[in-house]
Ligand binder design. Sequence first.
Ligand code: FAD
Ligand code: MLT
Ligand code: ZN
Length: 499
Amino acid sequence: MSLYCRNFSNLIAKRCFASSSKIPDLTKDRYPIQRGQYAELSDKDYAQFESILDKNRVLTGSDTQGHNIDWLRSVRGYSNVVLKPKTTEEVSEILKYCNSRKLAVCPQGGNTGLVGGSVPVFDEVVISLNSMNKIEYIDEYSGIVTCQAGAILENLESKVQEKGLCVPLDLGAKGSCHIGGNVSTNAGGLRLIRYGNLHGSVTGVEAVTATGQIMNLMSNFKKDNTGYHLKHLFIGSEGSLGIITRLSIQCPTASKAVNVSFLGLNSYDDVMNTFLMAKKELGEILSSVEMIDEVSLNCSNKVFNGQSPIDVFPFYMLIETSGSNQAHDEEKLNEFLRKAMESSLVIDGVTTNEPGKMRNIWLMRERIADSLINIEGYCFKYDISLPLTHFYEIVPATKERVGDLASFVCGYGHIGDSNLHLNVACKNFNQEIYKAIEPFVFEYTSKLKGSISAEHGIGFHKTKYLKYSKTPEAIAFMKQIKELMDPNGILNPYKVLPL
Ligand code: FAD
Ligand code: MLT
Ligand code: ZN
């Protein structure tokens, strides 16, 4: 079999946004929030931006609309300016100026974020990284790749594949999200069980602080113990401490042998025990373990005309192996499946190494998010870490709590990383259902000592719930770090930290 690394064009994020006719309420009208004491844009400011960038990289009026609404259509700002720098120096000039004027800014990558962090809340200046998309250098010996932050994940994947490598991160939004956005959110995704999170893979970042200072923390080495590991402050801080402009990331060798199994199971307990068995039997070749409930799969297949390769079950699992020897991997996978079926954990399933068939199975999974926001009109999304012994209980508990207010409640996610995506679909956003779900979901998660954000971040939507996952001392320390790095509070205000 030829060198294969999963890479199929995925226009999920772009397509959905373009087809949407629903424009959400302005954030300031939907949520009780007051604009901070920031300056308002004047003609002088537009002129200054045009002197830093060319005129055509200063978007105003209707050109800003897509940058004001998030992918979920859950929040909407009313910024009248989007700046599109091409270099780190331009980002630095912009931030120096905004800081001196006390103009608030909102850094934006591919705008696929799911927590309302990527768009302005009021009239913040949007700094879009779209034009900073150069892939600068691929070192095929070390696997370290250097690029600008605005490189689209899927483009980066294609480039590194040419050198026999793969990006250690994969997610359904790959056709639109930026690697810089991924690093800023510490995105998890579908390969985390194999390669770990971005705190481990990103070897260096270059970031511009709120005052315009360029922090060169680039490194071409995995091993670099020279003082405080400052790069970690920018990884996962969602644009609240600086704008990432460049980064280096360690890309592993692409696997020669990939197999995908899609399994049907009768209960959540069977899912949990199948995962345990998969870890024991498949060991180092295990590269993804996903769980999907019946409602989630139905929704994906209904909206996208997908076809499940097996019959209907209450639960499904998608298990992927990636290794270097097809015969060896198949032998292990077959042995695992034999044991799982003999012990009646798995009732039915298919296994394939054909790229087209693997792609179709992955698409059923990756399209769930998109199908959920299109099927009814609105979707409340929760992205939580929970102990596996209680992982799925919150789905029926939420269903019972919301009753008829919701069209349906479903759960799926990265069970291999204890990360559940709980979703509540309804016709439109309304206060009654919102109050029924929040803070219920976060209280429930906290009681189980889970995390209220496994991978999507805090953004705008979860700031007041941070306390369910962090102590008062930790939040106070975060606020001190924010004040030190952004004394005027201009970077992505109203996000991450509670007000
Ligand atoms: P944006 O959405 O533009 O921004 C996200 C946050 O990062 C914002 O706070 C923004 O201010 C900040 N930011 C962006 N770029 C920079 C920068 N260069 N410097 C500083 N701050 C910046 N997420 C997962 O973790 N796992 C998944 O499996 C997953 N699957 C998804 C599937 C779909 C279909 C969709 C729509 C989203 C999915 N997401 C997933 C969420 C989202 O794609 C990720 O959070 C992604 O990392 C966001 O990247 P982005 O470039 O779109 O950033
Ligand atoms: C996923 O795993 O599909 C994403 O994180 C998006 C979602 O939560 O729906
Ligand atoms: Zn996810």
